[in-house]
Design a protein around this ligand. Structure first.
Ligand SMILES: Cc1cc2nc3c(=O)[nH]c(=O)nc-3n(C[C@H](O)[C@H](O)[C@H](O)COP(=O)(O)O)c2cc1C
Length: 177
């Protein structure tokens, strides 16, 4: 398998730290994490296996200039996918959020990214159980699963590392399928 590309958006840096933690755990199998606002569509499309991360900001929104970021992020990148064919690409998504303060929009960005990638033909892997979280609603949920790994650094930081380890073990096998 070629290297896994890791791309993230962030406001206050938490998602970047998780992306770096994931890259460190994957070692040589992953490329260094890249901020999605500082890359090109061609660099993104260079990978067949991708791990992408995003916080949810605003009211259940992708990070970007509409929610006050001074730099472009996922909000500006996603429209570029309209010109892309993601057939043959496998993508796993992780998202950071706050299940208490934003209980009606918890990790919505996972759902927004999922739909954008699937619409362009990608296979999205890395679903994660909703058991163990306490929130009211999320665009990132299908049945009793999130469409990617949900992390809450505000209320469940102690669970993050074990969640990442279990999720990486799961997606490694899903990437090989
Ligand atoms: C203005 C603002 C809006 C937010 N909106 C949401 C939201 O709708 N849903 C959610 O789950 N988390 C929301 N959050 C929480 C962030 O996703 C969380 O703090 C995350 O860890 C930030 O990651 P970052 O440091 O990579 O930017 C919001 C945070 C801020 C500051």
């Amino acid at each position: 398998m070629d290297k896994i590309g890791i791309f993230f958006g962030t406001d206050t840096g938490r998602t970047r730290l998780i992306a770096k933690q994931i890259a460190k755990k994957l070692g040589d199998t992953a490329a260094a994490p890249v901020n999605i606002g500082r890359t090109t569509l061609a660099d993104f499309l260079a990978y067949d296996h991708l791990i992408v991360g995003s916080p949810t900001l605003g009211d259940g929104m992708l990070p970007g200039e509409s929610c006050g970021l001074s730099q472009p992020s996922w909000e500006e990148f996603v429209p570029q996918l309209a010109a892309a064919d993601l057939t043959g690409k496998t993508i796993a998504i992780f998202g950071l959020g706050d299940q208490k303060k934003y209980t009606h929009e918890f990790v919505d960005a996972i759902g927004i990214l999922h739909d954008a990638f699937v619409a362009r033909g990608a296979r999205v892997v890395g679903r994660w159980p909703t058991a163990g979280y306490d929130f009211a609603a999320s665009q990132a949920v299908d049945g009793d699963e999130f469409l990617g790994l949900a992390l809450d650094q505000h209320h469940q930081p102690v669970l993050t590392e074990e969640r990442i380890d279990a999720w990486l073990a799961q997606i490694k096998t899903e990437f090989l399928r």
